[in-house]
Write a protein that binds this ligand. Structure first.
Ligand code: PGA
Length: 243
């Protein structure tokens, strides 16, 4: 399966920035990977319009677990779909930390996303303290078991929290070990279909480390934060992907 390079703009972006990035992505031509951009909600419709016809998908960064109703400030999965999104990031560590999202909430959101026709990217990852205590696999294993609905056919992003936005990355051996562990858990939880779930690595992916990270076994792509805000950097990461 082709690797997926996904850009998470987080709470960044204006219409002018979106136009610049979308123009660069639309002009990029043939890439060795699938490409996805997840702008803030205010820009999804505009970015989807700018990228119509280009081989670049658009996604949301979150959705509500309910289909509609009295949830001021929230966005339903079907509304993301209506705006042109086909993917949604769920359970990002910043959502878990800032909004108290538990695995159970992420599970409910994944169900809502799938019902609306979106493909979820479910994020998992350990804190620095958990990493130092040797608890990475225990934490990631319990996040997967509690967050993924039966028949899950989206992607999983392994994002060590201490590597997000810090410039730090785990060793290649550690990424290989965790991704191998996740693959085993996906097969245990989902059966043979667990083989087809792409496992993205996220956390300080940059043009200068992308090729090494994307070459590791069971790394099915990257979830890119900071470096996705510069089209040249994001495209350099995409160029380092392999089929
Ligand atoms: P980063 O963020 O690339 O800026 O470390 C990754 C993420 O949080 O998805």
């Amino acid at each position: 399966m082709r690797q997926l390079i996904a850009g998470n703009w987080k709470m960044n972006g204006t219409a002018a920035m979106a136009a610049d990035i979308a123009a660069a992505l639309a002009a990029a031509g043939e890439l060795p990977c699938d490409l996805l951009v997840c702008p803030p909600a205010t820009l999804i419709a505009e970015v989807a319009r700018l990228l119509a016809g280009a081989p670049v998908a658009v996604g949301g960064q979150n959705c509500h677990a309910r289909a509609s109703g009295a949830h001021t400030g929230d966005i339903a999965a079907a509304m993301l779909r209506d705006a042109g999104a086909t993917w949604v990031i769920l359970g990002h560590s910043e959502r878990r930390a800032d909004h108290g999202e538990t695995n159970e909430v992420v599970y409910a959101k994944a169900l809502a996303a799938i019902a609306a026709g979106l493909t979820p990217i479910v994020c998992v990852g350990e804190t620095e303290a958990e990493s130092q205590a040797g608890r990475t696999q225990a934490v990631v294993g319990s996040q997967l078991a509690a967050s993924l609905p039966e028949g899950f056919a989206g992607a999983v992003a392994y994002e060590p929290i201490w590597a997000i936005g810090t410039g730090k990355t785990p060793t290649e051996a550690d990424v290989t070990a965790v991704h191998g562990f996740i693959r085993g858990e996906l097969k245990r939880l989902l059966g043979p279909a667990g083989e087809d779930v792409r496992i993205l690595y996220g956390g300080s992916v940059k043009p200068d480390n992308a090729a090494a990270l994307l070459a590791l076994p069971e790394v099915g792509g990257a979830l890119v934060g900071g470096a996705s805000l510069k089209a040249a950097d994001f495209l350099a990461i995409a160029a380092a992907a392999h089929a």
